[in-house]
Design a protein around this ligand. Structure first.
Ligand SMILES: NC(=O)c1ccc[n+]([C@@H]2O[C@H](COP(=O)([O-])OP(=O)(O)OC[C@H]3O[C@@H](n4cnc5c(N)ncnc54)[C@H](OP(=O)(O)O)[C@@H]3O)[C@@H](O)[C@H]2O)c1
Length: 422
């Protein structure tokens, strides 16, 4: 029987989940996969902290070298969280010839190149299924089951916290602040929720997904990012009136080498399956030229769902004769373009006088933006009335110019949300 010695970096939500799953399935994994997974050392910050599980204290250490430089350890499993020291520890482990399995999208997305190069140099394994969408096997789907495809686009609901907040806003008529508070009380949002609600967490994941889909390194810094904190109850209602729902989408498109990578709140048609992914669930909708549309759905976070991906990666690492690395052969050939095409939802507080609508539509038209639908609802407040438009597809630069051209004397833009007619 093959034995694999594991060293954990971290023992919080995910570390405990992985420990529990390995203990629960120890014999089954040995029987099914011919490998015994033995946890040798666990790096923590505080050895004396009370733990949810009854772990032998002699396994715990506060010295990273007990894991990274331990000759007995084959696989270093990282779930410390944050950029550093996680990235540095993973790099050191790879340079020592150890396989690394990580759930940490931030450290991985920001330091992928260095980690990848170190892994190739020492022929070590580098596995990161759990870093994107928890339990959903989307990394393996792209890298191992979709090779017979040119993937041209992907839409993902890849952050459960924001999806939960938006679902509560829509279903229960809550404000953003009220829905965020519930998510925090339930432990779905961190005490500092900014990485989730400002879209950064989704962008780390999109950087990984888009890079794998398009075989080129789409960096986190290449991604346009806008969070959900400005979404109002009013926009939720108007979205519904126009036949849409608002979701925080991670979008990646490849049009002949011109790549779009963006994370922002998006109107999507109510009847699209992604519009019906509710609460903290994650989903990825992906299109390849041969497989056509495919959709994955599942738990994007949580102790055991994430552990499911981590443990599967650990087992997978023992099954390859030699480790496989993504080939970014398109690096340098592809450009990330910020002048994407989209339809737009625009909500103005317009002056309540005759001729205002034609002035707004005039400014839009002069900048190549045409109107697909319009609503004027509600009563006048401070001599202003709400006016909403859905545009036809337009260029991002044109819409920005059009908005600037509309003077505050005519109408003030209160909300602009991109629309994907999936
Ligand atoms: N939570 C989820 O549902 C989820 C889902 C997918 C991916 N992930 C990713 O998994 C990773 C871990 O998340 P988590 O929720 O398990 O985090 P967590 O509960 O905060 O656990 C972090 C663990 O790392 C240890 N630690 C942190 N900094 C350390 C340092 N400098 N030196 C030594 N030990 C240190 C902590 O030690 P102490 O226990 O002593 O404090 C703790 O055990 C993150 O990258 C996260 O993005 C999480």
């Amino acid at each position: 029987m093959k034995k694999l010695s594991l060293g954990f970096l971290g023992f919080g939500n995910i570390g405990v989940g992985v420990w529990t799953l390995i203990n629960d399935m120890y014999d089954e994994i040995a029987t099914n996969n011919g490998v015994e997974l033995d946890i040798k050392k666990i790096l923590v910050k505080d050895i004396n902290k009370e733990r949810e599980v009854d772990v032998d204290k002699s396994l715990l250490t506060t010295n990273p070298d007990d894991v990274i430089n331990n000759p007995e350890i084959d696989v270093v499993v990282e779930f410390l969280g944050g950029e550093q020291p996680a990235a540095e520890y993973m790099l050191r482990a790879l340079k020592n010839g150890k396989t690394v399995v990580t759930a940490n999208k931030m450290a991985f997305a920001l330091h992928w190149s260095a980690l990848h190069n170190a892994a190739k140099e020492t022929k070590s394994g580098l596995y990161y299924e759990a870093a994107v969408c928890g339990a959903i096997p989307i990394i393996n789907a792209i890298t191992e089951s979709m090779q017979g495809n040119r993937i041209d686009h992907l839409y993902g609901i890849v952050n459960g916290t924001t999806n939960d907040i938006l679902t509560r806003m829509e279903k229960n008529g809550l404000s953003y602040e009220e829905a965020l508070k519930i998510a925090m009380d339930l432990g779905l949002a961190e005490p500092d929720p900014s990485s989730d609600v400002d879209g950064h967490d989704a962008a780390y994941k999109l950087s990984i997904l888009a890079s794998l889909c398009f075989k080129t390194n789409v960096k986190y810094s290449d991604i346009y990012i806008e969070g959900i904190s400005k979404i109002s109850k009013t926009d939720m209602e108007y979205a519904h009136n126009f036949g849409y729902r608002i979701k925080l989408l991670a979008i990646a498109k490849n049009d002949g080498g011109r790549i779009e990578a963006r994370v922002h709140p998006t109107f999507i048609p109510i009847e699209h399956p992604l519009a019906n992914i509710n609460g903290s669930m994650n989903s990825v909708f992906i299109h390849g030229h041969a497989c056509e549309d495919m959709m994955f759905m599942g738990r994007g976070a949580g102790s055991l769902p994430t552990a499911s991906a981590v443990v599967s990666d650990i087992i997978r690492s023992t099954e390859h004769k030699s480790h496989v690395y993504p080939n970014f052969y398109n690096n340098g050939n592809f450009v990330v373009d910020e002048n994407w095409e989209s339809a737009y939802y625009l909500r103005f507080a317009a002056k309540d006088t005759p001729g205002v609508l034609s002035k707004i539509s005039g400014c839009l038209g002069e900048n190549n933006v045409s109107i697909q639908a319009m609503q004027q609802k509600g009563t006048s407040t401070n001599a202003r009335v709400p006016v909403m438009f859905i545009t036809h597809t337009a260029c991002e630069k044109d819409i920005q110019k059009a908005i600037k051209a509309i003077s505050d004397d005519v109408a003030t833009l209160e909300s602009m949300i991109r629309v994907e007619n999936l």
